[in-house]
Design a protein around this ligand. Structure first.
Ligand SMILES: Cc1ncc(COP(=O)(O)O)c(C=O)c1O
Length: 262
């Protein structure tokens, strides 16, 4: 969006896990997209991290956004998301639940909120197949934690310096299937058409409620990072859900909601 307005070329390296909807959207707005294999290690020359680095070296006068290792990432949230939440809850927030990918959102927001009230508890949402939770708990980067998972945008196979682990109190891991069903449920019941990581965030809340993580007077803010329209070919596609083993049968949702007049 910024590139179009400013007249820049926008070159993006994304994981092959990215939904076709996202890639089509980027293409439609004129970006050049390099789709890189999802299940290679971060230091593999084919990974989206390494491809982005290489493209930056090859393209004259390019700016490398480097979102995983750029302190401006969390600073943006320190200057915007944090104050917004503090203001909109009139300082009443007691807990923040936010997904962690680059960690920019949770780190910048948490830093601002903890400066206002150090008692605010910060919950990060991580995926099974990602290293973040274990690294937070043990300071160990454990390669054995890494395996393929379907949720896009949260969890990592490296430790981003954009994540400030000190401001995060606890990580909760969520399963692909639970997050997908939760996103669909939010869309059906809340009037909000949300993305996969939004489902993950509310799934984490559900798990935390079971662990009695929130008192009766808690004011819990949950960040929904993405819109459902980017997942039409995935969690909102019944066939995809069935192919992942998340549905017993495809007929359930589709046939109830669409009738063709011939
Ligand atoms: C869909 C989605 N959800 C959540 C996140 C996590 O946000 P952050 O990178 O600020 O940790 C991302 C990151 O790009 C994302 O793409």
């Amino acid at each position: 969006m910024v590139s179009r307005i400013k007249g820049y070329d926008c070159v993006l390296a994304v994981s092959s896990k990215s939904s076709a909807d996202k890639i089509d959207m980027l293409k439609s707005m004129g970006a050049k997209v390099y789709v890189c294999p999802a299940h290679v290690s971060a230091d593999d020359p084919r990974s989206y991290y390494e491809v982005a680095k290489r493209l930056h070296e090859e393209i004259n006068n390019s700016i490398y956004i480097n979102q995983y290792f750029n302190e401006l990432n969390s600073e943006a949230h320190y200057l915007s998301t944090g104050p917004e939440i503090w203001k909109q809850t009139a300082g009443q927030i007691t807990h923040l639940v936010a997904c962690s990918g680059t960690g920019g959102t949770i780190s910048g927001t948490a830093k601002y909120l903890k400066e206002q009230n150090p008692d605010i508890v910060i919950h990060g949402v991580d995926a099974y197949g990602s290293v973040l939770k274990k690294f937070h708990e043990t300071q160990e980067f454990d390669k054995n934690e890494i395996y393929p998972y379907r949720i896009e945008g949260l969890g990592k196979n490296l430790i981003p310096s954009a994540t400030d682990f000190d401001v995060i109190d606890k990580f909760t891991k969520v399963k692909d299937e639970d997050a997908a069903h939760m996103a669909r449920r939010i869309s059906q019941t809340e009037g909000m058409f949300v993305g996969y990581t939004s489902g993950a965030a509310l799934q984490a809340v559900k798990q935390l409620v079971k662990e009695n993580a929130f008192g009766e007077d808690a004011v819990v803010v949950v960040i929904f990072p993405d819109h459902g329209s980017r997942y039409m070919s995935k969690i909102y596609n019944d066939q995809w859900m069935q192919d992942q083993g998340f549905f017993d049968s495809v007929s359930t949702a589709t046939e109830q909601h669409i009738e063709y007049i011939t």
